[in-house]
Design a protein around this ligand. Sequence first.
Ligand SMILES: [Zn+2]
Length: 118
Amino acid sequence: MEKKFLESMEKKLIAQKSSILSELISSNEDLREAYGNGEPGDLADIAGDDIERQLLEARGLAEVKKLKSIEAALIRIKQGRYGICVKCGKPIPKDRMEALPHTVMCFECKTADERRNH
Ligand SMILES: [Zn+2]
């Protein structure tokens, strides 16, 4: 994986994460009190069970899942395993990652995974 591509994906992921979190903070009074005075850049460092629970209440499961995949993708970038499917270990096509930067599974595994969860 090219360094430039990874860097641009990392930027996209951090931006997505910050926008989910800042939306959450602006819609939730408790979180606004706790984090509202921080710099926007600090949002990328916020994580943990508390946020997750609040997010679940405020925004629903879909956003929590997305936030989790964004975090998982960021971790995989750091580990140098971003772009490799977590299930089958095959490379994920670049155009899929550009469309869905937080994806950690190839299309086949994601489809199979979704089918199992329904
Ligand atoms: Zn796969």
